[in-house]
Ligand binder design. Structure first.
Ligand code: UTP
Length: 787
């Protein structure tokens, strides 16, 4: 396909300069070109071109000349369709003709006279047609922000200055803050009319010191006092049999339609939406989102070009906003770090869910990750939430919905940090910290300032579990546990809320990979030193969008990665019984899980894919031991005779390169779990991967309607089918599989290195690509099935 003149190819795909849109590939590009937006802009551009060709630019006329006079004068060259004069001063006019020929005739005439003065008549300037983004999009479109901020950032003297510059350019200006304040005041007045004694409070980026220009306006409508008011009104009516006076509750008050003590959030929000629609000037696009974790009314304010959200049960958010303000005040380095890391995360497509929901980090989560990192610096930059609680005085004690939210009200109560690192090195340290973080094995707790083993959260109702929960909220702990996910970041106050529960495994992987890339980049001179040749340096390169190849080292280690299959530790997907075993295993949970994974891997090769094991001598290994797994009779019978060779290293309770302390060893497990490394050697004489899908389809048709649970048996049958029907390959494929558990300084996972030892027929690559998908899927099924 020949590229349209509006389209340019970029390292990330294609860019349509007309619509200012990026697409990843040709099919998406084709869709875009056929789409409504592109088509509409094309036709607008055509109209604009036509207007340019049909009109002339006129100036030099007397001050009071009107449009009619100009139209009458230019009629002599052809019918005039429109005369547009500049509104304010009347210095120039655009005279538009019906026909293009009239324009040419006008321009051919050397001189034009009107009311005794000589007019200047020129062809229209051909301006490039571009979609002009609305003001709001300016700061949301970070690609563009980088373009216009780049020269300024490159001219600063240091990364520290660059980071300060980002804050200065992004932060909410005083005028914008005032305008928001006025809108909140107006809303307060209007809501008080309908909900007496109600209070409207700002939270989130508008007021938490991390707001950027045109960020959302998050509001909490506190109806607690209104409920009291309503209850009082009700009981007084019952007692006296009379309605309340005008001052208290008028008959047509909205409160007479609803009982706040029993109404559902959606019912109340519907009312709020109706008030916004009918009574607040400038507000439009009002709608209720009742499916959100906290139902919300969304609106847009036309003049302020502002997106607003109103919730009615978000007292904790107001409090955590004050907490963020406190942290900002406690150490001035927090703000520049948060602004830069939020921008970086958006550029790398790790943060910024459109419309507030999606699989990426939200801004609150990014901010908490930065605070947690600062709590873990040596010496710490910020205290833990528990330490803050101890710094508070009695009057500052605060419990909301049962959660302890106590901390000092003034930053002055927080002793200054002894850490003297500058912004440049802290930013680099942030990336190193999370590049090596064991997301899968830990739950991040800002309250304690360290991570808690994930196993404590697998069975929190049990004796040892849910420590973090029980301390603060003994009653809720029994029933409320955070939803575990790929990243587990506990809210500092609502300890049953995982702020990153929405993240997918892919986001977690991308986050960690981007941190690793950024860590490497931060070690380079390009990060640390201003370029003397005017090249991009420091933050500018760091902020280059995902996929546009800012780092020169992106190819590192690719050959090795190609032959490694990773099985991530996803405890929340494991069956309950196994979760409970892992919980009991404590620090040894990684080895226990690894043992189960190895058992499953062995089954996949031996039983499902019918590979034959090779003796250790043939595989060239030093030692040989019988199978070490202890996962039930069923598995034992399956694994009998498998050439499991391993125990290359002494037992490490924390797995490979872990950093978790081995306290609380479980002797029984230690006896069972022999190694954090396993090696197998196998041969395969059939192309069991080729045509599997087809064979499976045929088998499923034969055994019509078999449930999904029959997956393992079905896969065994598929292999049998292939082995029985297809001829053996000329020279069997021989390969080694080495399994290793890693965790502690990186996400807990089993890494399987698969290497050919004999591949005369060149089949290994195909086999490996098949295994990449097949093996993790089957291991997951087997882990579940086994329990
Ligand atoms: P956001 O993630 O929207 O952060 O959460 P933000 O700083 O306001 O950023 P933008 O500009 O609007 O995107 C808004 C507020 O909602 C509360 C926090 O108070 C946060 O500041 N919140 C958010 C929670 O309490 N819990 C969450 O899980 C998410």
């Amino acid at each position: 396909m020949e590229l349209d003149k509006d389209v340019v190819e970029t390292p990330r795909g294609f860019r349509c300069s007309l619509c200012n849109v990026h697409v990843a590939n040709k099919p998406s590009l084709e869709d875009h070109m056929k789409g409504r937006k592109h088509q509409k802009l094309c036709s607008m551009r055509a109209v604009r071109r036509c207007q340019e060709e049909h009109s002339v630019y006129v100036s030099g006329f007397k001050k009071n000349t009107c449009q009619t006079e100009l139209a009458q004068y230019f009629q002599q060259f052809g019918p005039v369709s429109e005369v547009i004069m500049d509104k304010d001063k009347g210095h120039y006019a655009i005279v538009q003709f019906d026909q293009k020929g009239s324009t040419e005739a006008t321009l051919l005439q050397a001189e034009h006279q009107l009311n005794g003065t000589t007019l200047r008549v020129k062809p229209r300037e051909r301006k490039e047609f571009k979609m002009i983004p609305k003001k709001r999009q300016d700061f949301q479109n970070l690609h563009q922000v980088l373009d216009w901020l780049k020269p300024e950032l490159c001219q600063t003297a240091s990364v520290n200055e660059q980071m300060q510059c980002v804050v200065d350019r992004f932060q909410l200006g005083e005028t914008e803050k005032k305008a928001r304040g006025l809108l909140v005041q107006l809303l307060q007045e209007i809501f008080t009319e309908f909900f007496p004694d109600s209070q409207i409070l700002q939270f989130g980026s508008s007021v938490n010191t991390f707001g950027i220009q045109s960020c959302d306006l998050d509001l909490f409508l506190d109806l607690e006092n209104t409920k009291v008011f309503q209850a009082r009104a009700k009981s007084s009516t019952e007692q006296t049999g009379e309605a309340m006076s005008d001052d208290d509750l008028s008959e047509d008050s909205i409160l007479s339609d609803i009982d706040l003590s029993t109404a559902s959030p959606t019912e109340v929000l519907d009312l709020v939406a109706a008030i916004l629609r009918r009574c607040v000037p400038g507000v439009h696009k009002v709608h209720v989102v009742s499916s959100a974790r906290l139902p919300v009314v969304k609106f847009h304010h036309r003049e302020l070009n502002l997106q607003g959200d109103i919730t009615i049960n978000n007292r904790l958010a107001v409090r955590n906003t004050v907490f963020l303000q406190l942290c900002s005040g406690a150490d001035v380095r927090l703000r520049p770090l948060v602004y830069c890391i939020r921008w970086w995360a958006k550029q790398k497509q790790l943060a910024g869910n459109p419309g507030g929901s999606g699989p990426l980090l939200n801004n609150y989560a990014v901010t908490l990750l930065v605070i947690y990192f600062l709590q873990n610096c040596e010496p710490p930059v910020l205290p833990t939430v528990d330490q803050l609680k101890d710094m508070a005085c009695e009057e500052e004690e605060c419990v909301i919905e049962g959660w302890n939210c106590t901390f000092p009200s003034q930053p002055i109560s927080v002793p200054p940090s002894k850490n003297t690192q500058d912004l440049c090195s802290l930013l680099a340290a942030f990336f190193s910290f999370y590049a090596q973080f064991d997301f899968a094995g830990s739950v991040i707790s800002l309250r304690e300032g360290h991570s808690l083993p994930i196993t404590s959260f697998l069975c929190p109702a049990q004796e040892e579990g849910g420590k973090a929960l029980r301390e603060e909220k003994p009653t809720k702990a029994q029933v409320l546990t955070p939803k575990l996910g790929s990243v587990n970041l506990l809210d500092p106050f609502e300890l049953s809320h995982n702020v990153t529960a929405n993240l997918t495994e892919r986001t977690q992987r991308n986050f960690q990979r981007e941190c690793q890339e950024a860590e490497k980049y931060c070690r380079s001179l390009q990060y640390q030193r201003k370029s003397t040749k005017g090249k991009s340096w420091g933050l500018v390169r760091l902020f280059i969008p995902h996929g546009e190849g800012m780092y020169d080292n992106s190819q590192d280690g690719s050959a090795e990665k190609e032959l490694t299959i990773s099985i991530p530790f996803r405890p929340e997907l494991l069956p309950e019984l196994l979760q409970s075993q892992l919980h009991q295993a404590g620090d040894l949970f990684r080895l226990l899980w690894f043992q189960k994974v190895c058992s499953a891997v062995e089954k996949v090769f031996q039983k499902i894919l019918m590979c034959r094991s090779v003796s250790s001598a043939a595989a060239g290994t030093e030692e040989m031991e019988p199978s070490t797994y202890d996962v039930g009779d069923d598995v034992e019978s399956w694994t009998k005779g498998a050439a499991t060779v391993g125990s290359k290293r002494p037992l490490s309770p924390n797995g490979g390169n872990t950093s978790v302390s081995p306290q609380g060893k479980k002797p029984r497990l230690e006896k069972e779990v022999k190694s954090d490394l396993h090696l197998w050697s196998w041969t395969q004489s059939h192309m069991v991967w080729a045509g599997r899908r087809k064979v499976k389809r045929e088998l499923v048709r034969d055994i019509n309607g078999r449930p999904e649970a029959a997956n393992v048996e079905l896969e065994v049958q598929v292999t049998e089918n292939i082995v029985n029907k297809e001829p053996e390959v000329r020279n069997p494929l021989e390969f080694k599989v080495q399994a290793q558990i890693v965790g502690g300084t990186q996400s807990t996972q089993t890494k399987l290195k698969v290497q050919p030892t004999s591949d005369d027929t060149g089949l290994f690559q195909d086999f490996f690509h098949f295994l990449e998908v097949f093996l993790p899927k089957m291991v997951a099924i087997l882990l579940e099935k086994e329990v």
